[in-house]
Design a protein around this ligand. Sequence first.
Ligand SMILES: NC(=O)c1ccc[n+]([C@@H]2O[C@H](COP(=O)([O-])OP(=O)(O)OC[C@H]3O[C@@H](n4cnc5c(N)ncnc54)[C@H](OP(=O)(O)O)[C@@H]3O)[C@@H](O)[C@H]2O)c1
Length: 309
Amino acid sequence: MTSDDHPRCNRQKTVLVTGATGYVGSRLVPQILPHYQVRCLVRDPARLDDSIRDQVEVFQGDVMHSHSLHKCMQGVDVAFYLIHGMGYGADFQKKDRIAAENFVAAAQQAGVSRIIYLGGLGDDADPELSPHLKSRHEVGQIFLASDVPTIELRASVVLGPGSLSYELIRSLTQRLPMMICPKWLSTPTQPIATQDVLAYLQESIELPLEKSEVFEIGSQDVVTYGGLIQMYAQERNLKRVLISVPLLTPYLSSLWLGLVTPTSAEVGRHLIEGLRNPTVVRDDKARQIFSHQPMTTQEAIRQAVQQEA
Ligand SMILES: NC(=O)c1ccc[n+]([C@@H]2O[C@H](COP(=O)([O-])OP(=O)(O)OC[C@H]3O[C@@H](n4cnc5c(N)ncnc54)[C@H](OP(=O)(O)O)[C@@H]3O)[C@@H](O)[C@H]2O)c1
């Protein structure tokens, strides 16, 4: 079967990918390229992988500037929103909101028939939900409240080399034989392999949809962040001792992380603040509706470590 004969293939469809220079977007583009006309919205075309640049339509734009979105939305059937504002500075929540409003307004005006957004897990009712996760959910609400049918996929840590949250875990585990960690070590989470996220994103393009939907996605099992660090250490044949110190505040944690990881202190702080919130799949609708079934966390870590090599 050629890619054009594939039952999920619709080369007539034009798919817009934002965040195409980012971790998820840069991996999604080559995966959907054989099946769809792909268009990328980027702030700086020079940052696109050379292998991608020649095979897609490239539009330069910035979701913070609404005027730069209208042209690239013309003729688009499905638009992926794979952008976050963790690097925007202190008022990132406001900027994330403006960006989402600009994006949805342009999509609505152009008659886009579906938005697919990858956001974050976490319980909306949690009074201690971190600003980053709250902002991720708020972006989803903006899309869901619009007239454009939307699929919001909510995920925890995406496991794969290059993913910000994975890099945090990797550098912590590799650099420190003994870790003094705040109480987030025992927070439950349900991370997901990059390959599984990409499969869910791709399937979302053709998924029959009667109304906008939120799908929570994760690997087959729930682990703690401490457990995740130990799983990574085991795959790398490292012996690690974790000592929990409840008094280490997220702010101090982020400064400390800035010293031991390549993540900037600002991005590190947003990620660290989110570690106190359980990020597990509470609604398993995705497992019933999508044909794709995810792997276990152990398999996902193993695959990520192999990819590092
Ligand atoms: N990685 C994870 O573990 C994880 C987990 C759960 C959910 N997610 C979600 O997945 C999505 C993608 O995350 P990621 O890990 O791929 O992030 P990433 O690697 O940091 O990439 C972010 C992308 O957003 C683009 N961007 C930022 N501000 C922009 C703006 N104003 N206009 C246009 N583009 C802009 C960046 O472009 P530049 O190259 O120009 O900076 C980059 O391509 C996000 O919604 C995130 O919340 C990720």
